[in-house]
Design a protein around this ligand. Structure first.
Ligand code: ATP
Ligand code: MG
Length: 183
């Protein structure tokens, strides 16, 4: 699975529909301060189900919606879509047969987020489940942000274990066991 495109509209500073192609395995995003580089990473974390506004550098989850600028009015809707190339077929489960997987999250002001996989309405849970054990999640190790290396180095054994279990692909079994125990 390889992320091949990020499509945004109404998300933070990306008010107009924008397609960011990821043409290779090593891509850099460069630009002046405040141009929206970190917003791209926030978008990826958001679409993967991040629900903590602070992790997205906002105060409320609605802060991801374009809030206006000197020349533009605020908008009422934000959407982010990730396109994954799945030709290598690394995904297991019902989506494994698709060569391309689209994950989308949409939010309107004053309403809950809606999630889609290949344009099918799904639960947030279906998206997190799909990536569980692959390291790709808002809180996994796929996104290494500022300060995270030192947090890992200084982590207590139990905190470190969370990363190791995700890397080893066993966190999904732990999750399911936990759920079974709750029933
Ligand atoms: P730096 O190089 O300083 O890290 P950056 O390229 O990472 O900068 P970002 O933090 O991604 O910049 O973008 C910040 C810009 O996004 C600010 O100008 C801010 O006003 C704008 N922004 C963030 N949220 C919204 C929103 N909801 N509506 C409109 N603009 C927003
Ligand atoms: Mg930044």
């Amino acid at each position: 699975m390889r992320l091949s495109q990020i499509k945004l509209a109404g998300f933070k500073s990306f008010v107009d529909p924008t397609v960011i192609p990821i043409p290779g395995n090593l891509v850099g995003i460069a630009g002046p301060n405040g141009c929206g580089k970190s917003n791209v990473i926030d978008a990826v974390r958001w679409v993967l189900g991040e629900s903590r506004a602070t992790a997205l550098r906002g105060e409320s989850i609605q802060d991801v919606i374009f809030s206006g600028s000197v020349s533009r009015k605020p908008v009422g809707r934000a959407s982010v879509e990730l396109i994954f190339d799945n030709r290598l077929g690394k995904l297991s489960g019902q989506w494994s047969a698709y060569s391309e997987i689209s994950i989308k999250r949409v939010i309107q002001r004053d309403s809950e987020s809606a999630y889609y996989i290949n344009n099918m309405h799904v639960r947030r849970r279906d998206i997190t489940d799909m990536f569980l054990g692959t390291g790709v999640s808002g809180r996994g190790y796929a996104i290494i942000e500022q300060g995270m290396i030192s947090r890992i180095i200084e982590a207590k054994p139990m905190e470190l274990r969370v990363f190791l279990e995700e890397a080893a692909g066993i966190s999904k079994y732990r999750d399911r066991r936990h759920e079974t125990e709750l029933r």
